[in-house]
Write a protein that binds this ligand. Sequence first.
Ligand code: ZN
Length: 226
Amino acid sequence: MNLSPELQPVLLELATADRRNAHPAAVAPEQKELDALLGERERLASAAAAAQMAVDDMELEILRIQEDERKLKKRELDDKRQLSAETDPDRRRDLEHDRYAAKSRIADLLYELKEAHNEIAALRNNRDNHGARLDEADRKVAAARRAVEALPEKKAVDTDSLRAQLPADVLAVYEDVGAASFNGRTCNSCFLQLPAAERAEVMAVPADELPTCPNCGALLVRVEAA
Ligand SMILES: [Zn+2]
């Protein structure tokens, strides 16, 4: 197979590009890192939202207790006022009983309120911790995103223009058997190291011709050993 030494690198570039397109490069570690951080951030965001919801619920609970306490205090005052004017013993007993019940319930509520205040302090602390962790995750995501954006853009090789430079007969054989570099010892298509006699045969082919790999049949473009 004849191919001028000037065009042989073109064939090699085409083969490399075709191989890369067939097996796209693995996801960059920077992208993997960003994806992992975004997943972690989502988990933290939902935990932070749950922590905020617990604070909101407890604030409503405190408002409910305070409202109940207000109503009971009013009832207790009413009872007291009526007692000062009531002379009927049965009515007085009922009022005293109701006043006692209101006072006792108020004492319970004050205890509940104290508990709720302790609890909400802990819940707010927890919410703030989650918020700080979420902020930290946001900073990490931003840094990882910058790292991904800084990745060199993968240049798409214009394989059509490479093909256009190559003779049709070479292309036809290439499409059939492929092409690879040969560094004087190893075929880069089948990755086998050739025995000395076969190496010598490959190297003996004139420079404006393409040898083929005795093992896999690929067209070989001879390059300097690395
Ligand atoms: Zn080979």
